[in-house]
Design a protein around this ligand. Sequence first.
Ligand code: NAD
Length: 490
Amino acid sequence: MPKMAHQRTHLMLENYIAGKFVPCSRHLDSYDPSSGDVYCRVPDSGKEEVDAAVNAAKDAFPAWSAKSPLQRSQVLHKLADLIEAHLEEFAQAESKDQGKTITAARSMEIPRAVYNFHFFASTILHHTTECAEMDHMGCTNFTTRTPVGVAGLISPWNLPLYLLTWKIAPAIATGNTVVAKPSEMTSVTAWMMCKLLEEAGVPPGVVNIVFGTGPRAGEAIVSHPDVPLISFTGSTLTAQRIRERSAPFCKKLSLELGGKNPAIIFDDANLDECIPTTVLSSFVNQGEVCLCTSRIFVQKNIYNEFLERFVENVRKWKVGVPSDPTANMGAVISKEHLEKVKGYINLAQNEGAKILCGEGIDSLEIPDKNKMGYFLLPTVITEVKDSSRCMQEEIFGPVTCIVPFETEEEVIQRANDVKYGLAATVWSQDVGRVHRVAKKLHTGMVWTNCWLIRDLNLPFGGMKASGIGREGGKDSFEFFTEVKTITIKH
Ligand code: NAD
């Protein structure tokens, strides 16, 4: 691969269509969140660019879908190996583009992008379809699965390469071709990956990436008649728009959306494990993970002890420039997002809630060139009502609310009393209670006595306003293929 150009300032990205980098006539600025400076210029693609990408994907579909799973698997493994060989460059670029710490990019985000390709390269070899005999009718029924066609893939800014590859890998493993659009705020690693596609053996047109905004490039994909499937990860608000725009075409939709995830901490919880894990689940990646904990319910008799120990742990979290390997948190994604998150903290204060920690950003020891960066300290709010917008809406930043509860029944009702239903965490050493509570929570995932342990074979996704559909080994296979039932009369 040629030397990555991201070391230059004002890097100019290009769309990747039909196996070639294609210049775009319009561009947007994309910022380095740790300084507020322009990091790169991203194509501001619209209908014209999306049409070209869809045409390329349509042209590539017959040959790619005709390849055997093993042939496609080999390409995916090769691509994974190539990304891994450039892991450090990808990690540096992701950290600079998104504001996450270099440690998070190195140890979590880019390795997971690599693993996404290896994982689907492997699972594609092991799927089977169904068969049902009807001897009394002299019939055999069986199902076949075929790729859907051109897949439209739209991803957010919080885990840029991780979430984009979580879509591209299953889409192409199953024989689809794709038109993908990363977030306009974090496009660099997707563009870097395009440089590796040819060497990996991805034929031209199988993976096309158009960069740009949601209203222009995103909507052009969603409303394109030749894109029968959309896999979207992002906010609930955008998902509503996508459902409206795709409705006339009856598209297959997978929607992975926001959360307002509770952690429920009973008085028999192992606090030595629970507290550091809950600090992590609240603030990792600056709280910019859809699965982050943002409502912590603590049983009354351990509430004071929990608060004290939790805040003590939070104060040890180091906020620093993303390139600092000792930092636990970097910068949030944008100035607008910083203002939005601060708005919730102000709201809590105006409502009479208490801010236990989070003040004092001015005392941060950061270089002068980072003084305009979008930094915020991890913030803990208490004495906040369940009805407050801080307890109901997704803040998606380093802010968590802690409130007391008394009974199991009460906490289940309160934990479920939000429009979201993505994930929950339950802490207790009573096995019966853990099972009872996990079953009653209206969320797509429940972690008990741990957080974010994922077997990619199992379904990932949310209930209620947190999404439609699930992704994972079998679920992604089913989503990215059309099933047909064939009946043979003997
Ligand atoms: P967003 O909805 O603003 O944007 C997501 C993507 O959609 C971007 O690529 C954006 O350009 C595009 N987009 C915006 N408007 C569009 C439109 N009208 N048509 C088509 N595409 C459009 O979300 P975001 O701010 O980038 O990401 C944060 C959100 O993502 C949070 O709500 C978070 O919880 C959610 N998220 C969910 C998961 C999950 O797996 N459930 C994972 C990560 C993030």
